[in-house]
Design a protein around this ligand. Structure first.
Ligand SMILES: [Zn+2]
Ligand SMILES: [Zn+2]
Length: 309
């Protein structure tokens, strides 16, 4: 049973999610490969847990989602953190975990899909956020994508993940708190600055993509709605798909994580997507100090995205 644990006295949480019987070198998500057969492919639907939903297409499906068979978070136990003594604060691994197979095609990645197909995937993101938030004791629904081994997945079939949690995670809390200190949304103000600066990558009627001033990752790029929108399901997914496709095509073969941040129920936070290529590994300096060394300037990264490099 997984458990959320807080550092002795720092506001830093860890999900302890043991996989039984695994020696250190075996801890890796190989379980979804059954002797070379892909359980995410059409025809193998019986190999995944019971389907939650699908976008139908030609008698089959275009996008399909189901519970993560190796979920660390389960909808039982205590979601509320408690403290046993001064130093041991913990909560149950409460929540729901789902997998979204983004395409029936084993040989296509998200970047290879058409804008219309990417829009369907984003529509499913919105639907899962709204649905899972309605469930009992769910405080936040994290949607993200791991692409490639360096980004934490060995599953080739293009997919995203959804983790619904009983707590608002620390980074979202920090963004809520920091934003609330400003009279006007600071993301809106940043967009004003970055839309005319050296870090601007792409723009369309509804969205802007730019490389953030203090990028942590080589070629890190953010995508935000130009108007203040706090909820993912309020976004124009067609327009978002169009700008995301441009970014993904430039990212090419790099491994990356894609994260989605929005305002939890009843809160306010400018929606943003972060695409984080996983080129460089963090070393001792990063881990010992929290200061990240990025060998690619965000200004050069923006030139790369604009096709000038
Ligand atoms: Zn497949
Ligand atoms: Zn805003």
């Amino acid at each position: 049973m997984a458990e959320l644990r807080k550092d002795y006295f720092l506001d830093r949480w860890v999900l302890i999610a043991p996989k039984r019987g695994k020696r250190p070198h075996e801890i890796e998500q190989k379980e979804l490969h059954h002797e070379g057969v892909c359980s995410f492919c059409p025809g193998n639907e019986s190999m995944t847990p019971r389907e939650i939903g699908r976008i139908p297409q030609n008698g089959g499906w275009a996008v399909r989602w189901f519970p993560n068979p190796f979920a660390a978070l389960v909808p039982e136990g205590n979601a509320a953190p408690r403290t046993d003594n001064r130093f041991f604060t913990f909560a149950g691994g409460f929540g729901h975990q789902e997998v979204i197979a983004e395409t029936p095609r084993h040989d296509k990645q998200l970047a290879d899909l058409s804008e219309g197909e990417i829009a369907q995937v984003l529509e499913v993101y919105a639907r899962r956020i709204v649905e899972l938030e309605k469930k009992e004791r769910i405080a936040y629904v994290s949607v993200f994508k791991n692409h490639g081994f360096q980004a934490g997945t060995s599953i080739v079939h293009s997919h995203s993940q959804v983790w619904a949690m009983g707590v608002i995670p620390r980074d979202v809390q920090e963004k809520l708190r920091a934003s609330a200190k400003f009279l006007r949304c600071p993301y809106c103000a940043v967009i004003d600055v970055e839309s005319v600066g050296a870090r601007r990558c792409f723009e369309n009627a509804d969205f802007i993509a730019f490389t953030p001033y203090a990028s942590r990752f080589n070629y890190e790029v953010w995508v935000l709605p130009r108007q203040h929108v706090s909820r993912f399901e309020q976004l124009n997914v067609k327009s978002l798909a169009a700008i995301l496709k441009k970014v993904l095509v430039r990212v090419g073969n790099l491994d990356y994580n894609l994260t989605v941040t929005y305002a939890p129920k009843g809160r306010d936070l400018h929606v943003h997507l972060e695409l984080l290529p996983r080129v460089a590994l963090w070393g001792g300096f990063e881990l010992g100090t929290g200061v990240i060394v990025n060998a690619v300037s965000p200004e050069d990264a923006a030139r790369f995205y604009r096709g000038e490099l």
